[in-house]
Design a protein around this ligand. Structure first.
Ligand code: NAD
Length: 255
């Protein structure tokens, strides 16, 4: 894809599987050097190796728990020192637990907010600061159509609230950094065929079938479709786009 690559460094959080891994593959195929990060060291290491083999590109894996601000800061420092200054960040790691609101456990609420909202912000702050200092960079945050009221699944209060928050964060940072050379956007996937959705299907099969029936396109999105939209927003083809939220959902949110 035009406007990507040229040895630029891209970092993907939650890159061990699903949407993150698919995006690492698109970025590596375009000639970028890709830092795959995840809490799951075994799956992440494997993903980075597989992506390098499939694309002939350059990748590395680093363990990163996005909910730990010290770890985020430490990795940002280390990558600069090791000659991997991050030009493009995909703030993608997320979890999608389910609980009735009246019973929502404190720990689960805090963990969801800690990963899906705080974790996105720590990454935007620490990698974004370096981009602002260099006067160039691009960030894409993975939000979700679940962040937009009409399509929030039931029993996903924490998930929907955090996804709405990070979609808005992309708007806020896009405006705050608009004159710095750093663009910040968000991709809001609809239901996409990844392990996170397999877990939702196993928890509540009836709800899952209802969601499927409501997708105007009549099918799930593929991880590659979310990856392509993310790569477009990261590329110079989208040089005029900042503070935008792009739904990639087979028409679900427009319904
Ligand atoms: P996934 O479960 O395959 O990927 C999520 C990854 O995040 C996993 O590899 C997991 O190990 C990692 N992760 C979890 N906690 C982490 C932490 N604290 N630090 C770093 N990594 C952590 O699911 P996916 O569908 O590829 O999800 C990617 C993103 O897309 C998520 O933010 C999700 O909310 C969003 N999303 C997915 C869908 C869908 O239908 N699949 C729809 C809308 C939005």
């Amino acid at each position: 894809m035009q406007g990507l690559g040229e040895g630029r460094v891209y970092l993907v959080t939650g890159g061990a599987g699903g949407i993150g891994r698919a995006t690492a593959e698109v970025l590596a195929r375009a000639g970028g050097r890709v830092v795959v990060t995840d809490v799951d060291e075994a799956a992440g290491t494997q993903a980075a190796e597989d992506v390098a083999r499939a694309t002939g590109g350059t990748t590395r894996f680093d363990v990163l728990d996005v909910a730990d601000p010290d770890a985020v800061r430490g990795l940002a420092d280390r990558l600069d020192q090791e000659g991997w200054p991050v030009h493009g960040l995909m703030a993608n790691a997320g979890i999608a637990p389910s609980s009735p609101a009246t019973e929502y456990p404190d720990e689960l609420w805090r963990r969801t907010v800690g990963i899906n909202l705080d974790g996105v912000f720590w990454c935007c702050r620490d990698f974004g600061r370096r981009m602002v200092e260099r006067g160039a960079g691009t960030i894409v945050i993975t939000s979700s159509i679940a962040g937009y009221g009409v399509v929030s699944p039931e029993t996903h209060a924490a998930y929907g609230a955090t996804k709405a928050a990070v979609g808005h964060l992309a708007e806020l940072l896009g405006v705050e950094w608009a004159r710095t050379g750093v663009r910040v956007n968000s991709v809001a996937p609809g239901y996409t065929a990844t392990p996170i959705l397999d877990r939702l299907r196993d928890e509540s099969p009836d709800t899952y079938e209802q969601w499927l029936a409501r997708i105007p396109a009549g099918r799930l999105n593929t991880p590659a479709e979310i990856a392509n939209a993310t790569a477009f927003l990261m590329s110079d083809l989208a040089s005029g786009v900042t503070g935008a939220v792009l739904r990639v959902d087979g028409g679900y949110g427009a319904r």
